[in-house]
Every structure is written in C-alpha cells, then in structure tokens.
Ligand binder design. Sequence first.
Ligand code: DON
Length: 560
Amino acid sequence: MKRILIVLIASTLFLQCTYNKKPVGLIVDKAMVVSAREEASTIGIDILKKGGNAFDAMVATEFALAVSYQFAGNLGGGGFMVYRTNKGESGALDFREKAPMSASRDMYLDSLGNAISDKSKKGALAIGIPGTVAGLFATHKKLGTMPIADLIQPSIDLAKKGIIVTEKQAKRLAKYQAEFREVNGKDIVLSLEYKVGDTIKFLQLAKTLERLSNVGVDDFYKGETANILVRELNKRGGNMTLEDLNRYEAKWRKPITFKYKDLEIISMTLPSSGGICLAQILKSIEPYQAKELKHNSTKYIQLLTEAERRSYADRAHYLGDIDFVNTPIDSLTDDAYITQRMGSFDWNKATKSSDISHGKLNGYESNETTHYSIVDSFGNAVSVTTTLNGGFGSKVFIDELGFFLNNEMDDFSVKLGTPNMFGLVGAEANSIRPEKRMLSSMTPTIVTENGKLKMVVGSPGGSTIITSVLQTILNITEFDMGMQEAVAEPRFHHQWLPDVVKMEPNGFDKETIQALKDLGYTIDISNSIVIGKVNAILVLENGQLEGGADPRGDETAVGY
Ligand code: DON
C-alpha cells in the first residue's frame, strides 16, 4: 500500500512538472527555417548548409511549400517578403496578386446591387493574377547567390517522390473533397481518399517546376505555363488574359519601420495593412506598461482590444493599394494622432464599435495563407507570408499544371461596407480597379534591438494575422517568454467589426471572460477556432536561435 502511495505521489509530481514545463523550441547555433511543413523547412536548411543565403533558402522553401502544402503554399497565389541583411539593410517585396485588366468595381454584384456571395470566393472569376513566381525570381535576381535551378530541383524531386500525408492534412483533404468536385467538375490529384501516411505524387507539378527551372520566370508569365493557364481558365469562365500575365511584376517597396520601446520593428507596407496596423496598435498600447498587466488578464485583453478596434476602423476606411490610393501612412502612425485616438479608451467600460469610426487625420489629402521565417549563418533574415487566400484558394485546379489558383479577389471590398470572408469591411480605398492589388493583412515582420536581429515572425489567419503577430511580439518583449512558448500561448482578436472579441477555446479562464462581459465586451469562443499559426525565430542572448513552430499546425523548425 505504502509503495503504491509513493508511486502515485511520484507520478503526480512528475506529471505536474511536465505539465508546468514551458515549451521550448528547437535551439541551434547557426541557421534555421521554420515553415508549415517539415519537408519545406528541411529543403530550405539543405540550401543553407550548401552555402546558400537566406534568400536562396526562401526560394527553395517556397517552391517546396507549393508541393507539400497545397492548402496555402502555392504557385498560383501571392505574398509579401520583408528582409534584413547582416549589414542592417532592410527591404520588402510585394508579390501580391492583382485584379485582371477586365475587372471592375461592381463585378461581384447582382442587378440589385447585392454581393453574389460565392463569386469572389470560388471558381475562375475569384482569381487574382498570381505573383508568387515573379516574387521568387525577383528575390533571386536581387539577393540570391546560387543558381536558380539548384533551388528548384529539390522541389521537383519532392513532387516526383511524393509527400507523406499528415493527420491534419488528411482531415483537411477530406473536408474539401466536395468543393474540389463542385468547382472542377471532376476528380483532381487530391481527390483520392488519402489516409495518414499515404504518399501523394505530383507529376504534373513536377513538369511545371522543370519548365520554370529551364525557361525561367517568363514561362509562367509569357510562355507555356501562361498559355495553358489562360486557355484553361477561359474554358471555366475566367477573365485572365495573356496580357494580364505579361504585365504582372513583383514590386520592391519601402517597409514600415517604427519603434516600440527599445525594439525597432520592420514590417510590410501597403498593399498589406499589416505593418501600419501593427504600428498603430503597438504605439497605442506603449504608454500603458503592458508588462504590469498579467498576461491574458482582463485588463490586458481590454487594452489590446481597444487599440485593435481603433486601428481596424482606420484600416477599413483608409487603406488600399498604395499605387492607386493616396494613403496617409505617416499621419496614421503619428504619435499625436494615436494618443488622440486612444483618448476615448475607458478602463471601466467597452467602447462600442458603432461609436468608433475612422479617425480624422490632419493633412490627409483625400484614401489560407502560410508564413515562414529564415535566419542564415551569415545573419541575414527573411520573413515571408504567402497565400491562396482561402484554403486551396478558389479551388480551381489546373490538371495540366498541377496547381491551385487563389481566390484573392475576395480581399477587395466587393461591395463597400459588406464584410468579406474574414468579416472585414472596406471602403472606396479598397474598391476593385483593373490592375489594382487587393488590401491584405499579411504581416511578415522582423524585430531588432540595439541594432541586432532579435526576431523573425509572421502568421496566416486573414484578419487575425496582425493581432497574432502583435501578441507574439508582446509575449517575448513584455512577458519574457521564449519563442516556442510565445507562439503556443492562447490568442484573442478584435477587428472593429463585428464588435466581438474572438478567443481561442480553452485558453482563457471563466473569471476573465465574465469580467470582460461585465465591462460590455461581446465574447466569441467558437469551438473550432484557431487564431493564427505563427512561425518565428528568436535570437537568444547568447546568439543561438530558438524556433517557434506553431503547434496549431504541422509547423516544423529545422536548423543546425
Ligand atoms: O491577404 C490577406 O490578408 C488574406 N488573403 C490572408 C488569408 C489568410 O490568411 C487565410 N488563412 N488563414
């Protein structure tokens, strides 16, 4: 009996210790890639081991995600990259999709002016002109060091050899079968009943990758791939032309840079709202000493929620493609403006979103995604978020090319004031125009401290991307967490409209939720909700790297 008791006490203590142990990510000395799939992270790291730099690894990782993570990794989508070199130079690349030349403001409305709900989300008309391939070649041209063929070859090999189906992937594939059939009118390569551990080969995709490797970027925008794409999309009622593809270019942009306490933050600028909103929210909370508030306590959630509410209201009104809309970025992130916006914040009750509109600016002149983070042994850092928008994008799959096309057109304000797939509303600044880029929330971000690299971070999650990145940065800097812990912590989100605080289930205690309700907040804890999937790297004080691979997905850190 005594023995049983001792064993029981010992195992309870052991379980408690295990339970209380903070999660720690992979720690390495030199270089790391954290992405949504182990195969992709490994391919990226292999390039770094061969002497390639972070930009070479980006190209290799992105192609590998296009093979292994077709849910969001892509050739038929777009994204953003923020980088910082070991010399401290930073930059950003916009390879966001854009509207076809034939697009028009009301193209998704019926004769009564109502939004036709699925038209911007599913099928050939939902597709924006893809930017990923242009983005990869532009990165390689400016910053890469290895021959591009060497960066594509591992993905060609992977597509031929096949990928192993994970549990999460098997569930996801099962969930989308009906839509694949509905949109494509037949079975596609992903239509078989795949079980965990099965191998899926992508032979057509391997051929497309081989052509890209042999011919270069022109294959996708002018050559055989372009021709097949336009021919097949036209058969399905699409509107993409060869001229649309010919005219597509990835654009180098000046990233948003700002200070939060001792940190310097480098993030994506328009056409992504990510950097501007991140700057607004962090600046809004800076005077309040978040450190003094308990992590994920009522007060902490209140403070972030109120800052987010005000920022997303500005997002909806002012933000759109900078090439089309004169957006007052400096005024929106100006300290005095932010202070005035937070002036109506009251600890004693929730502000109502109906009482908050966009702010009045002085001097304003009339305006299923995936993230990977890379640090190389030279000290270069790359932060990339890329997307098809919804899971498997428009669900349109071109057999002959072996890839899905995005449904990014839904990120425009299809009808002014009508919520999109993420419940975001938009105004004139984000209305559809030919060749305009739709507003994004993607927030690839790099953080430095005292001139040294500290963190590479980003997430998928539509409108929740910004707040997922925000909370991860705060977990590190205000609550002294490690990278894996910061990424794994439960998250919450507010986006002005709808006026609800979304919270991950099981992450928050009943008292906190009740206290928020008593203050007038509406709480949404839906059972299936996952907020963001953050993949990040932290440079530890001794110079080692800790990976944060989000346990919400199959995310994996690989390094050496
Ligand atoms: O650009 C954007 O903000 C969206 N298209 C991102 C979509 C996304 O994150 C979907 N993943 N959960």
